[in-house]
Design a protein. Structure first.
Lengths: 114, 574
């Protein structure tokens, strides 16, 4: 597994564990399991990623945006910033996601930010 | 043949069997679809009902506790649960409450409470807060029930980037809630949070407008809630009550309220009786106020009037009271001033009509002279009142003709030499001979000089000096009347040129209408000039006025006057 994929995996694990505290394990794991290309253990650890990691992040954020957009924006800044590092904070999480979908953010952005 | 028939029969059986299985599967799928649709409809209906109820019951209130009560109170229609709990942020304080449907243990509730506090701390990136135990309602707890919340989920409500509440729904059963059920609640919470954010923004803008409006009021205004806590106070109220801090607390307000007026008691009365309390005249720190204490009602409740606080308006009537007193004093003085000559005229006339004995020719002449003198005095007073009335109505006019101000001043000074001599006052005059002839209204400027010298005579004691000077300046002539009299206190100087101001001259045995300096100012300003006062109590007073020199002439006076209304710049006459 490349360093970049591992970085994504680590960020996603952190995000899931944070959401487990905020929302509870049941809904968090249900939403995480809905993300294609991501395998998550019962304690919230991302054990495998397949495909483009930034696509996985986009899908992941979309799942949690359905729960609460403002909560996503407030609690998942590290993940959001991997998608659009140059976007000002005022941009919504939706625009961050769609921006990524349009351009396909490069995995190297993670290393620049973290 | 038999074999063929058997094969056909078996084949037919298999085909029918497969068809039956397929039909059965299709039916099962259709039933499942039907059940799913029914569930979706039920959830959708719950969502719509809930949103309508939230809208109806909340109105324009931002009370998050109420909103959470509406959501948690309707959960039975959506899912089965053991407890529903909430952490609510109200007035910057967190409160925990829970409703128990199944007899769970205290430990169970504590687990939920900790989960909510951790959730809040994580959202807000804070240390886990400690809060009081909170309220528990519903069925009685059973500490023998060792079941724990195996299934639970939190629904945060984020309003304008702040977590204002978190709802927790829990169950003792594993996988107690479906994703669809949980998603429905998240949708409701998201929509409610969005609506609240919008409402909060609108209210913030409106509150800003209201605060700006209240802030700009000349009247003092402050509001307290039913618990006596200060909610709003404007700058005028802070100034009236002498509160030096920018954002005063309730304690600051309470300590500033005067002991002479029972604010707290009156506020409580307004709340209890739900009616306005009006105080016509209350003195606070040497100022006089009208006070209105008005109960403020909760507009979101239409069925009954619920008081949520009171507004206290302080209307400063010090000036009105002062003007009213000045008017009263003026009327008294006017009556006195007109009555005195009338009494003298009446008595003198009666002596002429029905003398108790024969009058000599000399006595007759003396009496007639007295009548003439008193009549003139009365006419002068009436003319003064008329001029003041014209000035006030903007109808005062002057008639400018070329004239010699030096001569006019000298003439007026001569008139006052005798009374000054009688009072042992040294009346001197210093007029610059280079003052040219120029256009002015000789009658009214004569009146100005008269009034100023007359005032100085009233307020200067024996042995004092009155000095009149006149000299040219650039484009104008400057005239000043100085005395070594009583002087005018600083706090009364601003009243000096007001219409009804009558500075006390009782100690000098002098009274007057108080219109003199009002007329002086009006006449000089009608000429386009200004009047200045320089006075020090106990040392004397100098009043200086200047008249613009327009159309200055060195030759004989032009007999065609320029007529100007008061308060307008004079025209140049060439």
């Amino acid at each position: 597994m490349s360093d970049t994929a591992q970085d994504f995996q680590k960020l996603l694990t952190e995000a899931i564990r944070k959401q487990i505290i905020i929302l509870g394990p049941q809904i968090t794991l249900l939403k995480a399991h809905n993300v294609p290309g991501m395998t998550v253990s019962e304690d919230g650890t991302v054990i495998a990623l397949s495909g483009n990691p930034s696509d996985v992040v986009t899908q992941f954020l979309e799942q949690f945006r359905e729960i609460s957009g403002p909560l996503l924006k407030k609690t998942m800044k590290p993940l959001l910033s991997t998608l659009s590092p140059n976007q000002p904070d005022s941009h919504s999480e939706n625009s961050a996601i769609s921006e990524n979908q349009k351009t396909g953010s490069s995995a190297s952005q993670i290393n620049q930010n973290h | 043949m038999l074999l063929i028939i058997s094969i056909i029969a078996i084949g037919a059986t298999i085909i029918f069997g497969i068809a039956a299985i397929m039909y059965s599967m299709r039916e099962e799928k259709a039933i499942k679809q039907l059940v799913d649709n029914e569930l979706k409809q039920k959830q959708r209906l719950f969502e719509i009902t809930m949103m309508k109820e939230i809208q109806d019951r909340i109105g324009y209130s931002l009370e998050i506790e109420k909103i959470i009560d509406v959501i948690t109170g309707s959960l039975d229609a959506l899912l089965n649960y053991s407890s529903v709990s909430a952490l609510v942020l109200e007035k910057d304080r967190l409160q925990f409450k829970t409703h128990v449907k199944e007899a769970v243990s205290k430990q169970y509730i504590e687990t939920i409470r900790s989960s909510l506090l951790r959730s809040y701390a994580t959202i807000e990136n804070l240390d886990t807060p400690t809060i009081p135990e909170g309220n528990i309602s519903g069925v009685a707890l059973d500490d023998l029930n060792h079941a724990l919340p195996v299934s639970s989920f939190n629904v945060p409500m984020i309003v304008n980037d702040r977590a204002v509440g978190i709802i927790n729904i829990s169950s003792t059963k594993p996988k107690g809630f479906t994703e669809a059920e949980m998603t429905t609640l998240y949708k409701i919470a998201a929509q409610t949070s969005e609506a609240l954010s919008r409402l909060e923004n609108i209210l913030t803008v409106e509150k800003g407008k209201l605060m700006a409006m209240i802030g700009s009021l000349a009247d003092g205004l402050f509001m307290v809630d039913v618990n006596g806590q200060l909610t709003i106070i404007n700058n005028a109220a802070k100034e009236f009550l002498g509160i030096p801090v920018d954002k005063p607390s309730t304690i600051d307000l309470l300590s500033a309220l005067p002991n002479t007026y029972d604010f707290s008691g009156k506020i409580q009365r307004a709340i209890n009786h739900k009616r306005v309390i009006e105080e016509k005249e209350v003195t606070i720190d040497q100022k006089i106020f009208q006070i209105f204490i008005t109960p403020v009602f909760d507009v979101s409740i239409t069925t009954e009037k619920k008081v949520i606080g009171v507004s206290v308006l302080l209307h400063d009537i010090t000036l009105e009271k002062s003007v009213a007193k000045m008017k009263e004093d003026f009327t008294n003085v006017m009556v006195h001033e007109l009555r005195s000559p009338l009494t003298a005229i009446k008595a003198s006339s009666e002596m002429l009509i029905a003398p108790p004995g024969p009058l000599s020719e000399e006595e007759r002449k003396k009496i007639i002279g007295l009548i003439a003198q008193q009549s003139r005095k009365m006419l002068d007073e009436v003319a003064l009142i008329l001029d003041a009335a014209k000035l006030e109505a903007g109808l005062f006019t002057i008639q400018k003709i070329p004239g010699d101000l030096k001569q006019l001043i000298n003439e007026r000074v001569q008139i006052f030499q005798a009374p000054a001599h009688e009072k042992f006052i040294n009346l001197t005059v210093d007029i610059d001979p280079s003052i040219p002839m120029f256009n002015f209204d000789p009658i009214h400027i004569g009146q100005v000089v008269n009034n100023l010298i007359s005032n100085s005579l009233k307020f200067t004691s024996s042995g004092g000096t009155i000095k009149i000077t006149a000299k040219p300046a650039i484009g104008s002539v400057v005239v000043s009347v100085s005395d070594t009299g009583a002087g005018i206190p600083k706090d009364k100087q601003h009243l000096l040129f007001s219409k009804f101001t009558q500075l006390s001259g009782a100690e000098h045995g002098s009274v007057g209408t108080g219109l003199g300096l009002y007329i002086v100012k009006g006449v000089v300003e009608a000429h386009g000039g200004t009047v200045n006062l320089d006075s020090e109590e106990g040392r004397g007073t100098t009043i200086t006025f200047n008249l613009p020199i327009d159309g200055a002439k060195q030759t004989a006076p032009d007999q065609h006057p320029t007529i100007l209304p008061a308060n307008k710049p004079p025209k140049l006459v060439n």
